[in-house]
Design a protein around this ligand. Structure first.
Ligand code: C2E
Ligand code: CA
Ligand code: CA
Ligand code: CA
Length: 281
């Protein structure tokens, strides 16, 4: 037992070291990435389930690493949050989304964009309050607030309720709607829906996926649509991967949908082409 204990110890140290060095390397690279703006937004179309029309997109962040290629947010957002780098990165996301909105509007595409926002960006301790960042980005690009949406997760609501209610309210006062992301995961409490100024619920893809062969998941999705609508919220079904998923959500009267079955996240130019083709008739 003593031996295996020592082995475990010897194994533990190098692997921990490796994790720490990797994180430090990512952090270093991330600082450079912020300075050199190595980021890009991909856009995943969001459709009206009633008409099939594209009504907008979710902006999804990617990091164009000079050696490693395209890096997805799950590999760097948490490090960005821990190091505070999420603040400049998040600001860039909002600004870039507004620049892109302006281009679409110039082309006559009346689409909305939803940006993901981390709870760290909503803290009072941020250099610039997020509502100011948003307001300036809208103003500089001459974009109406109704076209921008902010996606938050439930963890944000748990973070520090009073602060967060104030921050969300100030975003909403600008005319920017709040979407609650990944609804149903985390520690959802129905009381959040009463306390927080929320306009849209995004039903997490885990439930959509399960709904096809799990009656409980199917009933949960039904219930969320009913609750949402009775509170005058709109609903987005996420992670629509099959025709079945799409038909199921349609049959419930879910308002909007997104997922690989409709389209994967696209480069800016490809998103425009996709919209022009799909909304032609
Ligand atoms: P999310 O906000 O829940 O975004 C949806 C994720 O699901 C995206 O992954 C998207 O590409 C993926 N997805 C879309 N449709 C389908 C589908 O039909 N099937 C499956 N299996 N997946 C689908 P992505 O782009 O890797 O983003 C992962 C997460 O990173 C996002 O989850 C969001 O929480 C976070 N994130 C993305 N962009 C930003 C950002 O600008 N700021 C912050 N703070 N977080 C971001
Ligand atoms: Ca999201
Ligand atoms: Ca989501
Ligand atoms: Ca998610």
């Amino acid at each position: 037992a003593k031996d295996s204990g020592r082995n475990a110890y010897q194994f533990f140290v190098p692997s921990m070291n490796k994790i720490v060095t990797t994180r430090m390397k990512v952090e270093q690279d991330l600082r450079i990435a912020v300075k050199q703006q190595q980021f890009i937004l991909h856009y995943q179309p969001v459709v009206s389930l009633l008409t099939g029309e594209i009504i907008g997109a979710e902006a999804l962040l990617r990091w164009q690493h000079p050696n490693k290629g395209l890096i997805y947010p799950d590999s760097f957002i948490s490090i960005a949050e821990e190091t505070g780098l999420i603040e400049p990165i998040g600001k860039w996301v909002i600004e870039q989304a507004c620049r892109d909105l302006k281009v679409w509007q110039g082309m006559g595409l009346n689409l909305h964009v939803a940006v993901n926002v981390s709870s760290k960006q909503c803290k009072k301790s941020c250099d610039t309050p997020i509502s100011t960042v948003i307001q300036q980005a809208l103003q500089v690009n001459n974009v109406l607030a109704q076209y921008l949406k902010v996606e938050i997760t439930e963890s944000l609501l748990m973070d520090n309720s009073q602060d967060m209610i104030g921050t969300l309210q100030s975003i909403r006062d600008l005319g920017v709607a709040i979407h609650m992301d990944d609804f149903g995961t985390g520690y959802s409490s129905l009381s959040y829906l009463k306390q927080f100024p929320i306009d849209v619920l995004k039903i997490d893809r885990a439930f959509i996926e399960g709904a096809v062969d799990d009656i409980t998941d199917a009933n949960l999705v039904k219930a969320v649509v009913l609750i949402g609508h009775s509170l005058r919220l709109k609903l987005v079904g996420e992670g629509i991967e099959t025709k079945e998923h799409l038909e199921f959500l349609k049959s419930l009267g879910c308002d909007y949908g997104q997922g690989y079955f409709i389209s994967k996240p696209l480069f800016f130019e490809n998103f425009i082409t996709f919209c022009q083709q799909k909304n032609k008739n």
